[in-house]
Design a protein around this ligand. Structure first.
Ligand code: IMP
Length: 195
């Protein structure tokens, strides 16, 4: 079975394929499906944005489409950047500038609890919709550590592993990450759905 990923993030595509390959599911990019969409994320929840993206790409491609809407929620910032994680600080910033801004906004904060959230939605051309959510709890480090991953990975510290996401291998990250957990839950729902 082939799913189109409603995202232009190559790293998300690799993470999804790594996890869903066990089910015999192939995830292809929008480009491979001949789709080039800029879906406006107008929702205020991960669920709403995930559905917006998956539905738009399913309608444009005519194929089942899967979307992940994810982000980092920081307790002392009232849950920010949350659904605005990709746009934190405005459109002009890159990943490094965004996590530096986050560290700056948390300067002097001793309470550094945070969580990553991922909501996966899969929309089928017949109107069926599957949804799964995953969360990963951690803390925001005082300085970036590690070279791997993307986004806020260098500043997201997992206390049980004593490492940031950027210090983990892809397999280690997938085993504990919000997206890994959401995909695991999604995998179960998809297995049930395909029976
Ligand atoms: P989305 O593509 O709209 O879901 O945006 C998610 C944003 O949240 C990304 O651009 C990253 O900034 C952040 N994010 C989500 N998942 C991760 C992750 O696994 N590591 C680091 N940052 C992430």
């Amino acid at each position: 079975m082939k799913l189109v990923l409603a995202s232009k993030n190559q790293k998300k595509l690799t993470e999804m394929n790594d996890i869903l390959a066990r089910l015999g599911v192939e995830v292809c990019s929008e480009a491979e499906a001949g789709v080039d969409l800029e879906v406006e994320e107008t929702g205020t929840t991960f669920e709403a944005n995930s559905l917006l993206k998956a539905k738009a790409v399913m309608e444009a491609s005519g194929l089942p489409a899967i979307a992940d809407d994810s982000g980092l929620c920081v307790e002392c910032l009232g849950g920010a950047p949350g659904v605005y994680s990709a746009r934190y600080g405005g459109e002009g910033l890159d990943d490094i500038a965004r996590y530096r801004l986050l560290l700056e906004n948390m300067r002097g904060q001793m309470t550094r609890a945070a969580k990553f959230v991922s909501v996966i939605t899969c929309c089928f051309p017949n109107g069926d919709v599957l949804t799964a959510r995953g969360e990963c709890a951690g803390t925001i480090a005082y300085a970036p550590m590690g070279e791997g991953g993307f986004g806020y990975d260098p500043v997201f510290f997992v206390p049980e592993l004593k490492k940031t996401f950027a210090q983990l291998s892809a397999e280690e990250k997938n085993a504990v990450s919000h997206r890994g957990k959401a995909l695991e839950a999604f995998q179960k729902k998809l297995e049930e759905y395909l029976k």
